[in-house]
Design a protein around this ligand. Structure first.
Ligand code: PGA
Length: 256
């Protein structure tokens, strides 16, 4: 059984709205989140909407404790890249974070470890905090390759950005088989991977924020956050419901 949380790191809860929402739905969701908001001393919170809604989200959350960010970025700062959004553009609308290497983009957009590493560097160059997503498939886990797979994903970024730069970012462990499936990793499975990721960073690992993602809900969050190496969550579905989202943020605040 994993030990109780003793870490001094701040926790982080990030809502990834993916390709959901409309101006009207966002207005209601943001109003409900702000209406139910209570100050959380131990947790940073952010929302990552579709690019097109970032200005709307920024305007609504301005002056609140909730930050915002992008779901991806192009590795170049500007150029002839039709349909793309750059790090400086995300910074221009005061984004604090950007998700890189989400498994939906790795799979559906064929983003490689090397491409994700370039995105990571571009994010930090623009002053953004990258949330680097890693995680194995069900097949890799069944074959006993989960830790090796994740190590390779992280190593590609360390090789380009340097270990200090990666230690300043946020890591998100998202087993592919748990994202959007309703199947959460057991606390033991998550704890094993989080501890493994932390030890890859040696001493620097103590400061590294490592969040878990994959079907986190209000009814399983407390159990996950109680584990020493789980510093918060990257939420998909649960971030589209104000009550769920707020309840998970509160669990992160009181965990450990
Ligand atoms: P989920 O998504 O919470 O809906 O499983 C998590 C994610 O994709 O970050």
């Amino acid at each position: 059984m994993a030990s109780e949380s003793t870490a001094q790191r701040r926790r982080l809860v990030v809502g990834n709205w993916k390709m959901y929402g409309s101006r009207q739905e966002n207005t209601f969701l943001l109003a409900d989140i702000l209406a139910g908001w209570e100050p959380l001393a131990e947790v940073d919170v952010a929302i990552c909407p579709s690019f097109i809604y970032l200005p709307q989200v920024a305007e609504a959350l301005q002056g609140s404790a909730i930050a915002w960010g992008g779901q991806s970025l192009n590795p170049d700062d500007s150029g002839a890249f039709t349909g793309e959004v750059s790090g400086p553009m995300l910074a221009d609308v005061n984004s604090r974070y950007v998700i890189v290497g989400h498994n939906e983009r790795r799979r559906l957009r064929a983003e490689t470890d090397q491409f994700v590493a370039l995105q990571f560097v571009a994010a930090q160059r623009a002053g953004l905090i990258p949330i680097l997503c890693v995680g194995e498939s069900a097949e890799d886990r069944a074959a006993g390759n989960a830790l090796a797979f994740i190590t390779a994903q992280i190593s590609a970024v360390i090789n380009l950005a340097g270990i200090d730069a990666v230690a300043r970012a946020v890591l998100a462990y998202e087993p592919i088989w748990a994202v959007g499936t309703g199947k959460t990793a057991t606390p033991e499975q998550a704890a094993e991977v989080h501890a493994h990721i932390r030890q890859l960073f040696g001493e620097r690992g103590e400061q590294l924020t490592i969040v878990y993602g994959g079907s986190v809900k209000a009814n399983n969050a407390a159990q996950l956050f109680a584990l020493a190496d789980i510093d918060g969550a990257l939420l998909g579905g649960a971030s589209l419901n104000a009550e769920e989202f707020l309840a998970i943020c509160r669990h992160a605040n009181t965990a450990g």
